[in-house]
Ligand binder design. Structure first.
Ligand code: 6R9
Length: 643
C-alpha cells in the first residue's frame, strides 16, 4: 500500500502561495533580498536587482556586489552538519554493477581533487572547460570543481557528435575538454574519447583533454594533449580553497537551439542562479531534509544542471544520478531504481512516461513504490492520457504531479503547480513561481491580452534571479532573440492559453524550434546539416506530432539535379545528420520535394509544410502568395506516412 501523504505539511500551502506571490511581485527587491539569504555569501550583497528590459539597454544583474563560491555553497557549508550524509547516489547503467553512495565529505574530497587537477592543467578563474562525460559522479565533480576555481563550465551532452562538440569547444574557446574513455548507456557503449579526438582535430592545438576512466576500454592517446584523470586524481590533494567570485561572474555556458542559426551559448551567473535553483528545488518538489530525490535528466541539459546538481546540493539534499536509460535491461528499470533507493521525489520527461506507458502497467506494478511522494515532469507539454497514467499507475493517485514549465534560458521553474497549494489539472503548468509575471500577448499586435479564457504568446514582464544574462560573446543576439519581438518583455518562444480560472497551459513553441523527446532542436540546424550534403540542393524541416517523442523531424529535401531519390540516399542523409549533429537530430521522415513552396520573394512557406507534415492539408490557408502553387499538390501527393 502506498503511504498516505494526506497529513503532510507542505512548505507552501494555498494561503501561503497567495500571500508570498503577491509580496514577490509587489516588492521584488524586498522579496529577493530575503531569498538571497538561502545561500552563503563571502561578501554580502547590498544591491539586489539592477535590471533593464529596455531596447538597446538590456542588462540583468542580481545581488551584483555580493561575492560567493558556488561549490562551497553546494558542499562545504554542509560538512559540519551532514558530512556523512549521502549527497549523490550513483546508479550505473548495468544494474549488476554496484551503486555508489557519495557522502558530502567524499564529494568535497573528489571535487577538490578535480579542482587541483584542472588547476595543474592551467585552468584559472574565468577560463572555460567543456565537459563531455557520461552520467557518472565525475560529471558532478567536474561541474563543482569548475565552480570552485571560478572557471566556467560548458557541458556538451554525450550524445552529441564530434562536430557539435568541436563547435562548442571553439565557440567558448575552452582550455580543457573533460571526457571519458567510453559511455555505457542501455547496455551499449559510446566511444566518447574517440569522439573527443575527432572534435579536437577541429580545435586549437593548445586545448587539453582530461580523460576519466569509466569502462577501461581502449582509447587512442595523444601524449602532449591527453591527461589521465583517474591516475592524476590518485595523487591530487583532497583540499582546495574555494575561489571568491562575484555574483554576476558566469557559472556556466550551455548551448541550446534557437529558431535561427547555430545553437547559442546561454550564460548563467553564480549568485542569482544558485538562489533560484535552490529555492525552486525546495518548494516545487517540496524537498525536506532526508528525502531521496531523483531527476532522470542528463547533466547535458539544463534540467541536469539545476535539478540534479546545483539545486539539490545547495539544499544539502540527496540527489540520485542515473547513468542508464528507462528501458534497460527492461521497462521496469526506473521503478526498480525507485524501489532500490527509496526515492521520494521523481522528476522525468513526458516522452519517457509515454514510452513506458506503452509497455504496460505490469512493469510498474511489480515494484514497491511506496516511498514515492511527489512526481514531476518537464520538457514538453504532457498529454492528459500520459498524465493520468503517471498519476494512477506510478503515483497510485497519491502523489501530486508538478508539471514544470521552464527553459534553458530561465535557469529554473517558471510556472508549475505547487504541491499543497494548487488543485492539479492534467496538462497545465498552472501558476507562476514566486516573482514570475507571465503575460499573454497578441502575436500580431504585441498588445497584452488581459482577462481569462484567452490565448497568445507567453512573455515575462520582469526579471528573476535565475534568468540568463547574455548569449556568450553575442549580447546583440541575446537582445534580438528575447527582447526585440515584444518590447519591454522577455519572450519565451512559447504560446499559451490562460483558462477561465486563470491557469496557464503551454501550447508549444511558436517559433521554428521543435521539441523532440523533450530536447530542443532548431529546424535551421537540421536544414543546414542537410544542405551540407553534396547531393542536397535545398531542405526545409518542420515538426509533426509523434506519439512517443512528442514531435518528430519531418524533412523536405530537394536534390541536386541528376541525383536519384532512393531509399539508400534517405538512409545516407539520416546518417549524415546524425553524424553532423547527433542521434537526437535524426530525421524521422524525409520526403523528396521537387520544389518547396515559396513566396515570390523567395521565402519558404513553412506554415504550408507544417500542415502537410501534420496531415492537415485540407486547411492550408492562404496560398495565393505562392510563386508556384503546383509544388504544393506534388508535396501532398507524395507526403510520408507518419507513425
Ligand atoms: C527545461 C527545459 C524549453 C522548452 C520550452 C517549452 C518546452 C519545457 C515544459 C514545456 C510544456 C512543460 N517545455 N517544459 N512545455 N510544459 N512543463 O526543457 O528547457 O530544453 O530549454 O526547453 O521546452 O517549449 O520553451 P529547454
Amino acid at each position: 500500500m502506498p503511504n498516505d501523504h494526506s497529513a503532510r505539511q507542505y512548505h507552501v500551502d494555498a494561503a501561503k502561495y497567495q500571500e508570498m506571490y503577491a509580496a514577490s511581485v509587489a516588492d521584488p527587491e524586498a522579496f529577493w533580498a530575503e531569498q538571497g539569504k538561502r545561500i552563503d555569501w563571502i561578501k554580502p550583497y547590498s544591491q539586489v536587482k539592477d535590471v533593464s528590459f529596455a531596447p538597446g539597454d538590456i542588462h540583468i544583474k542580481w545581488y551584483h556586489d555580493g561575492t560567493l563560491n558556488v561549490s562551497a555553497n553546494c558542499i562545504d557549508r554542509h560538512l559540519e552538519t551532514r558530512g556523512d550524509q549521502t549527497a549523490i547516489i550513483w546508479e550505473p547503467d548495468d544494474p549488476e554493477e554496484p551503486a555508489q553512495h557519495i557522502s558530502y565529505r567524499e564529494l568535497h574530497a573528489n571535487t577538490c581533487k578535480m579542482a587541483n587537477v584542472l588547476t595543474d592543467l592551467g585552468v584559472t578563474k574565468g577560463d572555460r572547460v567543456v565537459i563531455y562525460l557520461p552520467m557518472i559522479p565525475e560529471a558532478a565533480y567536474a561541474m563543482l570543481a569548475c565552480a570552485r576555481i571560478g572557471a566556467i563550465h560548458s557541458i556538451v551532452f554525450a550524445g552529441f557528435s564530434p562536430d557539435a562538440l568541436g563547435a562548442r569547444v571553439n565557440g567558448c574557446d575552452a582550455k580543457v575538454v573533460i571526457t571519458a574513455d567510453e559511455a555505457p548507456r542501455g547496455g551499449r557503449k559510446t566511444a566518447l574519447k574517440s569522439n573527443a579526438d575527432a572534435a579536437l582535430a577541429q580545435c586549437k592545438d593548445s586545448v587539453k583533454c582530461l580523460v576519466v576512466k569509466r569502462t577501461g576500454g581502449e582509447t587512442s592517446w595523444n601524449d602532449g594533449r591527453d591527461h589521465d584523470y583517474t591516475a592524476l586524481a590518485k595523487d591530487a590533494a583532497d583540499s582546495f580553497d574555494p575561489v571568491e567570485v562575484g555574483a554576476e561572474d558566469p557559472l556556466f555556458i550551455l548551448y541550446t537551439s534557437g529558431s535561427t542559426g547555430q545553437p547559442k551559448g546561454v550564460v548563467h551567473c553564480s549568485g542569482g542562479y544558485l538562489v533560484y535553483a535552490a529555492m525552486t528545488h525546495e518548494i516545487t518538489f517540496d524537498y525536506h531534509d532526508g528525502d531521496i530525490y531523483w531527476c532522470t535528466a542528463d547533466v547535458g541539459w539544463v534540467t541536469g544542471h539545476s535539478y540534479i546538481v546545483y539545486g539539490p546540493l545547495a539544499n544539502g539534499g540527496t540527489t540520485l544520478m542515473f547513468e542508464g536509460v528507462p528501458t534497460y535491461p527492461d521497462a521496469s528499470r526506473f521503478w526498480q531504481v525507485c524501489e532500490k533507493h527509496k526515492v521520494n521525489q521523481f522528476y522525468t520527461a513526458p516522452t519517457a512516461i509515454r514510452a513506458l506507458m506503452g509497455q504496460g502497467p505490469e512493469f510498474v506494478e511489480k515494484c514497491d513504490l511506496s516511498d514515492l511522494r511527489l512526481l514531476g515532469t518537464v520538457g514538453e507539454p504532457i498529454n492528459p492520457e500520459a498524465w493520468n497514467w503517471y498519476n494512477e499507475v506510478v503515483g497510485k493517485g497519491n502523489c501530486p504531479i508538478v508539471d514544470t514549465w521552464w527553459q534553458t534560458e530561465t535557469g529554473g521553474h517558471m510556472m508549475t503547480p505547487l504541491p499543497g497549494a494548487h488543485e492539479l489539472k492534467p496538462g497545465a503548468a498552472q501558476q507562476p513561481f514566486f516573482g514570475i509575471e507571465p503575460k499573454v500577448l497578441d502575436p500580431q499586435t504585441g498588445e497584452e491580452i488581459t482577462g481569462n479564457g484567452v490565448e497568445g504568446v507567453l512573455v515575462i514582464a520582469d526579471s528573476w534571479p535565475g534568468q540568463m544574462r547574455t548569449v556568450w560573446g553575442d549580447h546583440e543576439r541575446f537582445e534580438k532573440t528575447y527582447f526585440s519581438d515584444y518590447k519591454g518583455y522577455y519572450f519565451s518562444g512559447d504560446g499559451c492559453r490562460r483558462d477561465e480560472d486563470g491557469d496557464y497551459w503551454i501550447t508549444g513553441r511558436v517559433d521554428d524550434v521543435i521539441n523532440v523527446s523533450g530536447h530542443r532542436m532548431g529546424t535551421a540546424e537540421v536544414e543546414s546539416a542537410l544542405v551540407a550534403h553534396p547531393k542536397v540542393a535545398e531542405a526545409a524541416v518542420v515538426g509533426y506530432p509523434h506519439s512517443i517523442k512528442g514531435q518528430g523531424i519531418y524533412c523536405y529535401v530537394t536534390l541536386m539535379s541528376g541525383d536519384a531519390p532512393t531509399d539508400a540516399l534517405r538512409k545516407e542523409l539520416r546518417d549524415w545528420v546524425r553524424q553532423e549533429i547527433g542521434p537526437i537530430a535524426s530525421p524521422d521522415l524525409i520526403q523528396w520535394a521537387p520544389g518547396l513552396p515559396k513566396t515570390r520573394s523567395g521565402k519558404i512557406m513553412r506554415r504550408i509544410l507544417r500542415k502537410i507534415a501534420e496531415n492537415d492539408y485540407g486547411a492550408l490557408g492562404d496560398t495565393s502568395t505562392l510563386a508556384d502553387p503546383s509544388v504544393v499538390d506534388d508535396l501532398i501527393d507524395n507526403r510520408m506516412n507518419r507513425d
